[in-house]
Write a protein that binds this ligand. Structure first.
Ligand SMILES: [Zn+2]
Length: 374
């Protein structure tokens, strides 16, 4: 394993931050996998999964079981990891700008059209290599204006030539679930089964270019643009893994999740067959459109009391929670607009008007535009 330390753009003179990436099997020809932990720096479950992954990957490498390189970034956001306000860690947004660390990655397709003009040929594998080089060149040409933007560029560069990209996050309080690209629904379900995910949320474009889409979206966009002229593969499966809720940090979970991720990598051809023992079987989850998720919104402020449990199926119109005004005792229901699976909710029990307090995954798309929370 090779450790690489990447100096980050300092926000001010006299400050210094580094990103560590671990490169297992980097001299072995074969597919490349990329895993990063806690891009939202206050989402801790992924950090512990990363510790277990490092241990397992070290062992697998010593046993000669890697087929190609596996890159592990064990703490993807040193900038967010150092932020706190009055004792509360703030790792989702850059405090200086309010920018979300998982939005605003470089949209590659427009630059790729320019790079690839007259270059593509009749060979799909040749085109894949060409597109990967063009992605790297487009990212190298990006001049970041801020320290968070420089971090985004670095992470995107580390991942953009990978065949498989796993971005480890968590929700506030939630069941295990995934976000995956619609063209990769079956692969997303396969990973979901390794992890015991109840739901895989599918979209081709979620809005604001999050990290996972920034390394995969250009493949199907180019495939559609050059259909009938040049063969183009889907060169990268990328996914955001939501490792349950913020407080779900245990060695038992982390070890099982790490083995599940590695089992999936074996299935994808990144490890020799038989490297990972089969895990206890889990039910196959549901693949549902991200446009079908109802982000439950508080109609008023007050004490938040949930009437449904995570994992419960709810009907359209059913009250999932109530908000109680402590001054009057009055109660206002928060109802799901869709029939579906109640899979995530806020960990706090105080709601402000307009705040998103939970998520129900329905089967039918009814939203459009920007599909992710801020
Ligand atoms: Zn996150």
């Amino acid at each position: 394993m090779i450790e690489q330390l990447h100096a980050l753009l300092p926000p001010a003179p006299g400050t210094h931050a580094e990103l560590l990436s671990l490169h297992f099997g980097s001299t072995i020809p074969g597919p490349k996998a990329y895993i990063q932990c806690a891009l939202h720096a206050d989402e801790i479950p992924g950090l512990l999964v990363g510790v277990h992954l490092r241990r397992e990957l070290t062992l697998l490498e010593s046993q000669g079981r890697l087929r190609g390189e596996v890159v592990l970034v064990p703490a993807a956001n040193p900038l967010g990891g150092s932020q706190a306000v009055l004792g509360a860690q703030i790792g989702r947004f850059d405090l200086a700008s309010g920018v979300n660390y998982n939005r605003g990655y470089l949209e590659l397709t427009p630059a790729l059209h320019q790079h690839l003009e007259g270059q593509l040929g009749p060979d799909a594998a040749g085109n894949t290599a060409l597109i990967r080089r063009a992605c790297t060149e487009a990212l190298q040409a990006w001049s970041p204006a801020t320290a968070p933007e420089a971090l985004k560029r670095l992470l995107q560069l580390l991942a953009v030539d990978a065949d498989t990209v796993l971005d480890l996050h968590c929700d506030s309080q939630a069941l295990m679930h995934l976000y995956a690209p619609t063209p990769w629904a079956q692969t997303g379900l396969a990973l979901g089964q390794w992890l015991g995910a109840r739901v895989v949320l599918l979209a081709k474009e979620s809005g604001d270019n999050p990290f996972d889409e920034s390394v995969s979206r250009h493949w199907w966009e180019l495939q559609e643009a050059y259909a009938g002229r040049h063969p183009i593969e889907l060169g990268c499966f990328s996914t955001t893994v939501e490792l349950r809720g913020e407080a779900d940090v245990t060695h038992a979970n982390a070890r099982r999740d790490a083995l599940g991720l590695l089992g999936f990598l074996e299935q994808r051809g990144h490890l020799e067959p038989g490297s990972i023992a089969p895990l206890a079987p889990t039910l196959k989850g549901l693949a549902l459109p991200l446009e079908g998720v109802d982000p439950l919104v508080a109609p008023c402020g007050g004490v938040l009391v949930f009437g449904c449990e995570l994992g419960q199926s709810v009907r359209a119109g059913q009250a999932v929670a109530e908000i109680i005004d402590p001054l009057t005792g009055g109660s206002t229901p928060v109802c799901s607009r869709v029939e579906g699976l109640f899979f995530a909710h806020s960990k706090t029990r105080w709601a402000l008007r307009g705040q998103r307090i939970g998520k129900v995954a329905g089967a039918h798309a009814f939203r459009s535009g920007k599909l992710l929370s801020l």
